[in-house]
Design a protein around this ligand. Structure first.
Ligand code: CU
Length: 192
């Protein structure tokens, strides 16, 4: 049983996504048709600064998160050994995801997060310059982020990659995400 479902969308001019073009009759909205939480994948004109916006996000279990490219080329990729031997930074039992390269502005990728906890993810071409993000899925009492190095020396982690310094420095704290719900980087444009 997979704990996260995913799909690519908007590949064919926006017509590919089931449900996008089909309006419920007479304005009916089914309870399970909840708008996804959107995280934009951004870049300045020169590509010298790249970021997820928001970089920190709080959601309820079962929420679909949708990453959408605005500029440049990005991925959303979970910290997980299945993804190029990155260290494990999503909850135990949660399914990792990897969007692959999202090239066209407007292209996106959906992941539904059901397991409570802290999910760290990165952009494959930009991890080294700190393009990472964190989603906290509600948990009681409070979810904790994994430390960056707790796996070092443990059996089964041979060959895992340490998180780059710029990425370590970029993650917002879980406490800040819980307080603000949507954490934006200072000094960059965002849409809300
Ligand atoms: Cu990127």
């Amino acid at each position: 049983m997979t704990t996260a479902s995913r799909r690519e969308f908007l590949k064919a001019g926006g017509l590919a996504l089931a449900g996008f073009g089909i309006a419920p009759p007479l304005g009916l909205r089914f309870p399970y048709q909840v708008d996804p939480e959107v995280i934009e994948m951004r870049s300045d004109a020169l590509g010298s600064r790249v970021w997820f916006d928001p970089i920190g996000l709080y959601v309820e279990p079962g929420t679909t998160v949708r990453w959408i490219v605005r500029e440049n080329v990005h991925t959303t990729t979970a910290y997980h050994p299945n993804n190029d031997r990155h260290s494990l930074r999503i909850p135990d039992g949660a399914a990792p995801w990897d969007s692959g390269f999202l090239v066209k502005p407007g292209a996106g990728f959906d992941v539904t997060l059901t397991v409570p906890g802290v999910y760290d993810y990165y952009c494959a071409p930009h991890e080294g310059v700190g393009m990472v993000g964190r989603v906290v899925v509600k948990k009681t009492p409070g979810p904790m982020a994994r430390s960056f190095d707790d796996w070092l020396g443990k059996p089964g982690t041979e060959g895992w990659r340490p998180v780059p310094d710029a990425a370590r420095a970029a993650f917002p704290s879980v406490e800040r995400i819980l307080a603000e719900r949507r954490v934006h980087l200072p000094g960059v444009g965002h849409g809300d």
